[in-house]
Design a protein around this ligand. Structure first.
Ligand code: GRF
Length: 223
């Protein structure tokens, strides 16, 4: 029997995505081998503890040098012997040394339809711009923030009644379905990255990745 696909999760805060990943790990045949936070007291660490998952805190505030922080982070991750490093609300810019070291094995989830709205406060900015659609994207992480090759996106419709909080909730519900599914694809060895192009089932994906609507993703999760 092949060994279980092992995942490390990096986070800084609440960890609702971690919770979704925990929920699906048995069903989707991957195992969260460890959770690492750069913030002391992140609620994601409590979620890891409750689920019996090894967890570590590496406070970035103790490091004046980004390279040293990143090399300590590599030590913790490598001790966990993982196949994939998953950033889930990890609010930290990583050095090129770090992202190159894990090239093809480091992914992030971002609350926008990338390449639009990189960076922070996406829900507010999308509303201010009067957009009709918003969503979330899973992408390979590179040294450039929210800019690596896109694996998949899920879109949601913005209604006139939406505010920043309701939109965040709508998008996060989709994140919680999308992220475990993408990790399942990795665990099944269905995803590769070649020359900045993402391949799914030995076919190149378009540059915006695999596209789900809100309803398609809900149907997929049910099936
Ligand atoms: C998510 O919205 C994710 O897209 C972004 O950070 C947020 C983390 O939320 N990268 P949580 O900590 O998983 O609840």
């Amino acid at each position: 029997m092949p060994s279980t696909f092992r995942v490390a999760v990096l986070l800084s805060g609440n960890g609702s995505n971690l919770q979704a990943l925990i929920h699906k790990q048995k069903h989707f045949n991957y195992q969260i081998a460890g959770v690492i936070s750069n913030c002391v007291g992140a609620f994601g660490l409590v979620r890891a503890e409750k689920a019996g998952i090894d967890h570590y805190t590496l406070p970035h505030k103790n490091y004046t040098d980004r390279k040293i922080f990143d090399s300590e982070l590599i030590k913790i991750i490598d001790n966990l012997q993982v196949d994939l490093v998953v950033m889930a609300g990890f609010m930290r810019i990583l050095t090129a040394d770090f992202t190159r070291y894990y090239q093809g094995k480091l992914i992030n989830i971002h609350p926008s339809l990338l390449p639009a709205y990189r960076g922070l406060n996406t829900h507010r900015r999308v509303l201010e711009a009067g957009e009709k659609q918003h969503g979330a994207s899973v992408h390979f992480a590179t040294e450039e923030l929210d800019a690596g090759a896109i694996i998949a996106r899920v879109s949601v419709q913005i209604s006139p009644a939406d505010n920043e909080l309701s939109l965040k909730q709508k998008v996060q519900q989709m994140e919680h379905l999308l992220y475990p599914l993408i990790i399942k694809w990795f665990a099944e060895n269905r995803i590769q990255q070649k020359n900045n192009v993402v391949w799914l089932d030995n076919k190149p994906l378009p540059s915006l990745g695999y596209q789900y609507t809100h309803q398609q993703l809900i149907n997929q999760a049910k099936g």
